[in-house]
Design a protein around this ligand. Sequence first.
Ligand SMILES: [Zn+2]
Length: 473
Amino acid sequence: MTFITIRRTIALALIVTFSAGGVRAGEALSPERQEARAIFKELIEYRTVAGVADTTINAANAMADRLKAAGFPDRDVQVLSHKAGLGMLVVRYRGDGRAGKKPILLMAHLDVVDALKDDWSLDPFKLTERDGYFYGRGTGDNKGGAAALVATFLRFKAEGYVPDRDLIIVLTADEETTAGSIKWLLKKKRKLVDSEYALNTDSGGGARRGDMPISFSMQASEKTYITFVARFRNAGGHSSVPVADNAIYHLAAALGRLSAHRFPAKMNEVTRAFFAEQAKLSEGETSEAMADVAGPNPTLQALDLLSEDSYFNALLRTTCVATMLQAGHAENALPQMAQATINCRMLPDSDAESIEATLREVLDDPTLELEVSYPPTFGPSSPLRDDVLAAVRLAVDARYPGLAIVPDMSTGATDGLYVRNAGIPTYGVAGLFGDIDDGRAHGRDERVGVEDFYAAVEHWEILLKALTSGAEQ
Ligand SMILES: [Zn+2]
């Protein structure tokens, strides 16, 4: 998860009242907050990075122990492993079934991108509280989310809360790398996680600039990842006798054409809703262009204006970009091979064949060899649901009354993609707020606000009660 990057927005927050609330220095934490903090600390201090065996298993077991100690039966708390050295947790909170509906799946991941102690100004695998922030690898992505879910189940259990359907937490072990855990669960243990829909702590969430809240994003769609290799081969020869037919020149010319190409813009329900909400938060011609593209017939002028912004451009269309090069074998030889890796992020409703056909057309060279090196997994956009929106509204209002909720399509991908692919609509509704000018996920000195963390736990409590207390939505 990374906090959404919204540019050229003028905060409507100017008219949104903001109460800081929370705990002042020196004030004792409530027992609920102490417990949430302890869970958070415990998770941060496992170095759950790819290649370090058993750390995700240990983290999953630590959470399982807490849940069992609180009274969850063994059969409802399962630590599973799809691959040696990796462990994931699946926990079922039983409802009384009065809703007559399938469970709601709640998602987070235990693994993190590695962090080197020397790069950081403090130990990335210790939870450090300093100047109003919690520092540590995974505080934002995504152990804050994992801790919030576990803390919420423990709170519900302690107060004897009975939801009207089952709730299932899944904490996966490899979201940052292969997403093997979630794929395996959906394929081999479908019954354990089968749900009406999923809520993901690893995407969406609140954006603030300084103290000023800007918007809350609800991720309902993700672009699809696909990678191609474009290759040119040549007989080669001695570099002292150059020939015009040179593999590197073929490749360079083809990439020049790619750099000038723009895939056609295409809107979907989620991006239309995104731009409609963003239009209200922006001003001037940007606002007008956003309202335009949110409408039934986007104009070319509006699309062109928004496409100047790399983030909006990525929302409007499929993109393909050269990311790696490999060519030649000796400095005094003509190249026998030149190839580029081209990474594409497809709109959720596009298909790989048409992207490949377009690439061939754009690269436009009869000697081109084009192959897919990383095949796509498709996840359709999730239909915007009124019940989920209403519950998110309640949770957001508890902290920032009236703050805009903006449906969103991620330009990257999370475990949510595979859940959507398996036919379970998925919504990224992380409870965390972060400063849009202070994105540190995967980076150095990752941190979340102390009050933001506690508020995120409360966000899940409100959200899940709104969805499962039997009240009509
Ligand atoms: Zn993440």
